[in-house]
Design a protein around this ligand. Structure first.
Ligand code: ASP
Length: 349
């Protein structure tokens, strides 16, 4: 008996002293930013090199602003708003100016933001006259005790907060009007007249742009110098949407999520697919409860889960170490990243 005990003790000591396999430490980045501007049928060749250059330039501009802010120590939520505002102001994307048009000829926009440190979030949907919906979402997060406001209520709240308003005609662009008109069965003469008059009213000329792509929602995931994460998303939703349909973009956990312990995520694609899978929060859960890396978790969502439901779209994300990840199962996704030394990468396909 004594001999057996002695042997066991020796075995234990030997095995304890055995050098442990080193788990590689994840690379740490002081700050990180990942931007998307929509995933969809972005087939190579749908754009001329000049048109592609327009997209790259706008993504680069947004990434540069985000990088400069992060470097000088601005917070993750400030950066999310600044970056998304630039993309909302551009007619190239389906958010703010350039948003898609609902079936009844009106433009209705959704946006959300989440702070990964506090889990506070703000979200608005179906707004029609707020120039930058992401600014209103941030106001909901910071100035109200609620998380989500809708339609006229969201606009009334934004007005109280001094958010910038604009005539609804501002959001109409020739390419979205053309795309909207393509579905000839979906609407009537009166509505067509309304849309045409909105387009005629808006000042400034918007260059004709290709309209093959059906998406173009914008979003951003950020880790700041203080280790805080944040994410935000802004969209006009889906072309010809009806009945005040709300997609994933303003739904916390579906299209947007941030949690300092795991990651910050913004999604784009068919919103219903992201709501069904609670996509952004599920990625965070896979990291928290399954111990997956950011890349494993985003890959699992977009290439495994989405396969099960024939889901479609993509996401960008950053984790608590400042690692960046992106995935999409469509032909392309407008995206941009900046590394700590300020090198910007933009891509479409
Ligand atoms: N996810 C958005 C929605 O369903 C659309 C998009 O990403 O383009 O409203």
């Amino acid at each position: 008996m004594r001999i057996l005990f002695f042997c066991l003790t020796i075995v234990t000591i030997v095995s304890c002293n055995k050098p442990q396999a080193e788990t590689p430490k994840p690379e740490q980045h002081a700050f990180a930013i990942a931007i998307h501007a929509g995933a969809g049928a972005l087939k190579k060749g749908s754009y001329t090199p000049e048109e592609e250059a327009l997209y790259h330039a706008k993504l680069k501009e947004a990434a540069q602003v985000g990088y400069d802010m992060l470097k000088r120590g601005d917070s993750a939520t400030q950066v999310v708003v600044a970056v998304i505002k630039i993309l909302e102001d551009s007619p190239l994307f389906n958010a703010g100016k350039g948003s898609v048009i609902s079936n009844d000829g009106h433009i209705r926009m959704d946006a959300s933001i989440m702070n990964g440190k506090t889990l506070d979030a703000g979200s608005i949907n179906n707004v029609q006259t707020i120039k930058n919906p992401i600014t209103a979402a941030k106001a909901v997060m910071e100035k109200s005790k609620y998380i989500m406001f809708t339609g006229a209520g969201a606009e009334a709240f934004a007005r109280e907060q001094g958010i910038e308003f604009i005539d609804p005609s501002y959001f109409y662009t020739p390419r979205q009007v053309a795309r909207w008109k393509e579905d000839k069965t979906a609407t009537d003469e009166k509505t067509i007249h309304y849309v045409d008059s909105m387009l005629a009213l808006q000042n400034g000329t918007t260059a004709w742009l290709p309209y093959e792509l059906s998406l173009g929602t914008v979003g951003c995931a950020v880790k700041d110098k203080y280790g805080n994460l944040a994410a935000g998303t802004s969209t006009g939703g889906l072309m010809h949407k009806k009945f005040d349909r709300v997609g994933d973009s303003p739904v916390i956990g579906a299209g947007t999520y941030a949690y300092n312990k795991t990651c910050a995520i913004s999604c784009t694609g068919t919103g219903e697919d992201f709501i069904k899978t609670v996509a952004a929060k599920t990625v965070s859960d896979m990291m928290e409860f399954k111990g997956m890396s950011l890349d494993e978790a985003t890959h699992n969502m977009i290439h495994v889960r989405f396969k099960e439901i024939t889901g479609d779209g993509g996401m960008v994300a950053v984790d608590a170490n400042g690692q960046v990840s992106w995935q999409y199962n469509s032909d392309g996704m407008f995206r941009a990243f900046v590394n700590e030394s300020g090198e910007i990468t933009t891509a479409i396909y």
